[in-house]
Write a protein that binds this ligand. Structure first.
Ligand SMILES: [Fe+2]
Length: 198
């Protein structure tokens, strides 16, 4: 790939995906990087903890500092806290399904969440676990969805499966090895984001 100004690209831009119908109607008061607990409460969200981190860069591999990153997702049972979600699964009152954070000076971001459940999108179509992202750099905006490696439903998903192999690779979070600081059974996952211009 060749970009403007004749500079070769170092990385493929992360593919776009639809924002879907479940962007929050009203943004919650708690927008911090920990989705597993609602500020002021002690109870925690149900589900498997996921420590998700990564880096926002442009296609030349340069960090995108201070990117505005919005995240929303279903709870562990596959239910969004959204009036249009008619999934019969229960809402988790302790799950804060939204965050708005910034990448740091090196483009890095970090979230603590729970692994979202799969949910039915239409007859015969289960959405695989995924997290919605809306990322705004200085010049680029990307709306997409992040998926988890190794999910059987990925290959049957109408949004994920239409992508090229490279496009799929770019939307897959890869699991790492939890350290002693992580809770037992917690997952560690890395997903890097490539904006066209940053
Ligand atoms: Fe979704």
């Amino acid at each position: 790939m060749q970009l403007a100004f004749g500079q070769p690209a170092a990385a493929r831009p992360t593919s776009e995906q639809v924002s879907g119908p479940f962007y929050p109607v009203r943004l919650p008061a708690d927008q911090d990087a920990d989705l597993t607990v609602i500020a002021g409460r002690t109870a925690r969200a149900q589900g498997t903890l996921v420590y998700l981190s990564g880096r926002v860069t442009n296609v030349r591999g340069e960090p995108v500092p201070n990117a505005d990153i919005e995240v929303w997702q279903a709870n562990a049972a596959g239910r969004y806290t959204h009036p249009a979600d008619d999934n019969a699964q229960p809402i988790d009152p302790h799950f804060d399904g939204y965050a708005r954070i910034r990448s740091d000076a090196d483009g890095r971001y970090r979230l603590k969440t729970i692994k979202p459940g799969a949910y039915p999108a239409a007859p015969g179509w289960m959405r695989p676990p995924h997290i919605h992202f809306d990322i705004r750099g200085r010049h680029s905006r990307l709306v997409t969805q992040m998926y988890f490696e190794g999910e059987e439903l990925n290959a049957k998903d109408r949004f994920f499966d239409r992508l090229s192999p490279a496009g799929k690779e770019g939307l897959l979070a890869r699991y790492g090895t939890p350290s002693a600081q992580h809770e037992p059974n917690a997952l560690v996952a890395v997903w890097n984001i490539v904006l066209i211009a940053g």
